[in-house]
Write a protein that binds this ligand. Structure first.
Ligand code: SF4
Length: 387
């Protein structure tokens, strides 16, 4: 069984429509349940829930402290390549855009990793555009093996891969795979992904399961906010996370909520998400997925990140660059999108301490407990996947 074979976008939409009329009482009842069913959870996305964000924030903060304490893991992306054979309309690396292209040699990758290590970052996410020739499984495995010499945690955010390739990455030392579905709406997905291997919606949707089967310990999933209705993305993402927690229980699940930023190509999101709705999205994730880590990137402003940190976030990027070679040779290649938080890792850590957090530079496992408790019990008869 795969998630793509059980996920039903139409049932998800119908559930949202029904829950739009939820009362304030239903909202607070769902928020106080430890593991609400999706019927109940959908109420947390209703307009009535939007009127109770302060109450939800208090509950989300309490749930975060109870499960994760005050730790905040810090990581940085290391871009391997911006050469891409895909056309994704929202991305600054999309094929054909006039950006400087570059794939780092393994020695250049190591130089970037050492630069990050000198800045205190030991949790590194290797990121790459999709180019089967330049960024093949052998190259990726080599990069993981090398970077593991300078980092205690190495994750991958690259093209969706075959199970055997994920196995190679695990053997090389890969600790985690991050793979955003971008949008869970299949029609919207088709409208944004116009060419290249990333066009395959179901292949991408089932990649975290293949990674888990191959032994990847941590899975990161998410939706790129701005591509479709955020409430639909929230409910779909929660279904995906719970499905993985149940069927891929050897791996820990982390969720992310990246928002579309300005990128080369001038993409304008059709479903721009306001700051208030973004907070609402985060609170929903924390209350419905109390065991999941939540990642917040430098796509958000320092002010926004400081405000969101206590509401459920467990991991943040810091001191990031989104171009290959961007730490040692900034400007040598095009960037994927513009960042909003330009503080150094040291400045981010200092601010987190002022806010009462204990920033952790080395090991994701310090913010995500080693063994996730069992997934929430399913409710009977729901048409919504994972519920
Ligand atoms: S989103 Fe990924 S696959 Fe699509 S154009 Fe950008 S780098 Fe390439």
């Amino acid at each position: 069984m795969t998630f793509s074979s059980t996920f039903d976008p139409r049932a998800t939409r119908e559930l949202l429509e029904r829950s739009a009329r939820a009362s304030g009482g239903a909202v607070m009842a769902a928020a106080q349940r430890r593991a609400p069913s999706f019927e109940e959870a959908a109420a947390l996305l209703s307009p009535a829930a939007g009127d109770r964000l302060e109450d939800l924030a208090q509950l989300a903060h309490g749930a975060t402290i109870e499960r994760f304490g005050n730790t905040m893991a810090l990581y940085a992306p290391l871009y391997l390549s911006n050469e891409c054979v895909c056309t994704c309309t929202y991305c600054g690396f999309s094929m054909g855009l006039p950006v400087k292209r570059r794939t780092l040699r393994p020695d250049e990758v190591m130089r970037e990793a050492r630069t990050l290590s000198e800045r205190g970052i030991r949790n590194i996410l290797l990121v790459s555009a999709e180019h089967p020739k330049h960024v093949n499984a052998g190259y990726v495995a080599l990069c993981v093996r090398e970077v593991k010499l300078a980092a205690s945690y190495v994750g991958l955010e690259i093209a969706a891969a075959e199970e055997d390739d994920y196995r190679r990455y695990v053997e090389a030392g890969c600790d985690g795979v991050v793979l955003y579905q971008e949008t869970y709406d299949p029609q919207a997905y088709a409208s944004y992904h116009l060419g290249g291997p990333k066009k395959k919606y179901a292949w991408r949707l089932d990649a975290p399961q293949r990674a888990s089967r191959a032994g990847v310990p941590h899975l990161g999933i998410g939706a790129l906010l701005g591509l479709a209705d955020w409430r639909f993305e929230a409910l779909a993402l929660a279904q995906h996370a719970r499905w993985l927690a149940r069927h891929c229980w050897r791996s820990q699940v982390n969720v992310s909520l990246p928002r579309v930023n300005h990128a080369e190509g001038g993409f304008e999101p059709a479903h721009r998400v306001s700051d208030r709705d973004f907070v609402h999205f985060l609170l929903f994730l924390r209350l419905v997925l109390p065991e999941a880590g939540i990642t917040l990137s430098t796509r958000e402003t320092p002010h926004m990140r400081d405000r969101l940190a206590p509401l459920g976030v467990t991991q943040m990027s810091a001191g990031s660059s989104t171009e290959p070679g961007g730490y040692g040779e900034p400007g040598s290649a095009g960037e994927q999108f513009e960042l909003e938080d330009h503080r150094s890792p040291r400045e981010v850590a200092q601010r987190l301490r002022e806010l009462g957090f204990d920033p952790v530079f080395k090991d994701w496992d310090q913010s995500i407990a080693p063994v996730a408790p069992a997934a929430p019990a399913p409710s009977q008869g729901s048409a919504v996947a994972g519920d």
